[in-house]
Design a protein around this ligand. Structure first.
Ligand code: AMP
Ligand code: MG
Length: 602
């Protein structure tokens, strides 16, 4: 996990609020109090601190991915990140924490870390704090703010300075444990993207691979590139039932052809087709020597020969119009689909039906794949009982273990079913430790909400490095993630729909990475919504939806109705999840929304 030794603080404001001017005036006051400040400023993606013509600029343009320029008074490291913007928390790690008291962040309004909201009435913008649980205080010129948060006058620099100082001291001296890790930067929520980033950054692709027989390798991931041992097609063959001949004859106006042989699939013809000759040929049969073109049977007219005396027994005529005719038509060349020694599938490809078909067509019977992942699954909760038992009062049947196990099998994992963990710390501890030695990952459901008194949390805290997060999403806010003896652990929420959605959002991408799949992304489509999709600013809303193509070919989607996170039946009704991102507050009927089809994922 990212360790975070000093407090991080941001100012959340709309542009025009005068944030930079305020910070410029605030910094001298803070430094006068002896605080050493690092500032993180988010800028436009094309910004550059360098100047054309300078040596550093020339060397960067010549190919330096990292450029450190240093002098007696200052130094700067410039790092090129053309593929992907660097992760916010990783960047914060670059500060020299030993020589700072806190980091002040300008920008990054949508990321999760503690912030003070700046608000001016004249700007006419809405309040941010109702939609961002990271805001812990407000500086504004408003007289009636509906909030229980500390509130100071935005023009009172000393008061703001005091807010900052209290925050920094509070997080450094009195609460050393909350300042120890960015995961515990109270009261931070994580966005879905941040949660996933944190999980993926701790996981590794598999290192070794093993030979597996073809069908058993289904749903596994290739550990090496597969090189084709042969040409596909292996030999030049006919793409049609028809007649193989020399195409030039047709261009030269030859009208009737002598049919010298009939070539079936799997057979050959020993001689060479001469001018004026044709071979009756079936789809897939090898092209005879001399012939380069096939005329389809539908364009032919067979004439039984009258010349009994000669060897000619059959003649064929063609109704070919020159503008339709092409030399070499209806012939598949050897290696046309795939040349010998070229790459068929790259390392990281998942083996499914088409891959199996393709590999077997090349005569390959064993392939190098990464080992199958073993995943241990259990449910928690005193009220949870296994189906088949007589239900006790106030209890419910366990559904989560079954949805999770099915989702795991979809992904080609081997499931270790640990059942419902009995209500004792000792049992849970020994089961988890045992699982961490047997399984490549462990998944539980229930008992991970922040503030939850479930004993599972105390056990996890004791035997692993587990973070209990609150994700800005619905359904599925609580999520625990960490490691027990190097084995990744996913603590999913308890609510059945939240479990399935959290699995899709976090567990599936994580397992795919651990299986060795490269750069997997879920399929996302745009569809027009037929009803309003409720959401809340600041969080990702995953709504169950049903999409279809309307008669005009437009993709439409509607919600499945009530969205309670216990309503599993709606998950069965749904064929997609509608994703409303944090910056959008509900989608109105007729608006375009993003959908994630569920086909193949549940
Ligand atoms: P928890 O996060 O443990 O408080 O659980 C939240 C809700 O999900 C509660 O209503 C639980 O009864 C329910 N729940 C927890 N585990 C399961 C399970 N395995 N199957 C079905 N519902 C569950
Ligand atoms: Mg529970």
């Amino acid at each position: 996990m990212t360790s975070f030794p000093i407090p991080v603080l941001g100012f959340a404001a709309y542009s025009g609020t005068g944030k930079t001017t305020l910070l410029e005036a605030l910094l001298p006051k803070l430094t006068a109090k002896g605080l050493r400040i690092g500032v993180f400023k988010h800028a436009h993606h094309d910004f550059d601190i360098d100047q054309p013509g300078k040596d550093s600029h020339r060397l960067r343009k010549a190919g330096a991915t990292q450029m450190l320029i240093a002098s007696r008074n200052r130094h700067a490291l410039m790092t090129e990140t053309p593929d992907k913007e660097a992760n916010f928390f990783k960047l914060l790690e670059q500060f020299d924490h030993n020589n700072l008291d806190f980091i002040l962040v300008e920008g990054c309004k949508n990321l999760s870390f503690p912030k003070i909201e700046l608000h001016r009435e004249v700007i006419g913008k809405p309040w941010l704090h109702p939609h961002d649980d990271n805001i812990f205080a407000i500086a504004s010129d408003s007289v009636d703010v509906q909030t229980s948060l500390p509130h100071v006058d935005i023009n009172d620099l000393d008061a703001i300075c005091e807010l900052v100082e209290t925050f920094v001291l509070g997080n450094t001296l009195t609460k050393p444990s909350t300042a120890a890790s960015c995961d515990t930067l109270s009261p931070a929520f994580l966005s879905v993207e941040q949660g996933l980033d944190k999980i993926l950054s701790t996981l590794k692709h598999p290192k070794t691979c093993e030979q597996q027989s073809l069908f058993k390798a289904r749903l596994n991931v290739l550990g090496q590139d597969i090189i084709s041992p042969i040409n596909v097609p292996a030999y030049c063959n006919s793409a049609m039932d028809g007649y193989a001949l020399r195409g030039q004859d047709i261009l030269d106006g030859v009208i009737s052809f002598e049919v010298v042989t009939e070539i079936l699939a799997g057979r050959g013809y020993a001689s060479e087709i001469q001018s004026g000759q044709a071979a009756k040929i079936m789809t897939g049969a090898p092209m005879p020597q001399g012939a380069d073109t096939v005329i389809m049977r539908e364009q032919s007219q067979l004439i039984e020969s009258q010349l009994e005396a000669s060897n000619i027994t059959k003649l064929v005529k063609f109704n070919v119009y020159n503008n339709e005719f092409k030399l070499g038509q209806n012939v598949r060349q050897a290696g046309e689909d795939l040349a010998q020694n070229s790459i068929v599938f790259n390392q990281g490809t998942r083996i499914t039906s088409p891959e199996l078909g393709m590999l077997s067509s090349l005569g390959i019977s064993n392939i190098p794949v990464y080992p199958q992942l073993k995943v241990a699954v259990f449910s928690t909760g005193d009220e949870v009982q296994a189906p088949g038992e007589v239900l006790n009062d106030h209890c419910i049947y366990d559904s989560n273990r079954f949805t999770v196990m099915a989702q795991l099998e979809r992904l080609g994992c081997e499931v270790i079913d640990l059942g419902i963990i009995e209500d004792s710390e000792a049992a849970l501890e020994s089961t988890l430790l045992e699982a961490s030695t047997q399984a490549n990952a462990i998944i539980s459901s229930g008992g991970v909400s922040v503030g939850d008194a479930d004993f599972i949390k105390s056990v996890l805290d004791k035997i692993g490095q587990i973070n209990f997060w609150r994700i800005n999403m619905r359904p599925g806010r609580p999520l625990a993630f960490g490691h027990i003896n190097e084995t990744p652990f996913f603590g999913l929420p308890g609510n059945p729909v939240a479990v399935m959605v959290s699995f899709l959002a976090f567990v599936e991408p994580a397992l795919r990475l651990m299986q060795g799949e490269q750069n997997w992304q879920p399929v996302k489509l745009k569809a027009e919504t037929e009803n309003k999709v409720f959401s809340r600013l600041g969080r990702t809303e995953f709504t169950r939806g049903i999409y279809h193509l309307d008669k005009f070919g437009q993709l439409k989607v509607r919600t499945t109705g009530k969205q309670g996170s216990g309503i599993l039946r709606s998950m069965s009704e749904a064929n997609c999840i509608i994703e409303i991102p944090p910056h959008i507050e509900s989608a109105k009927e007729g608006e375009i929304v993003t959908i994630l089809p569920l086909e193949g994922r549940l």
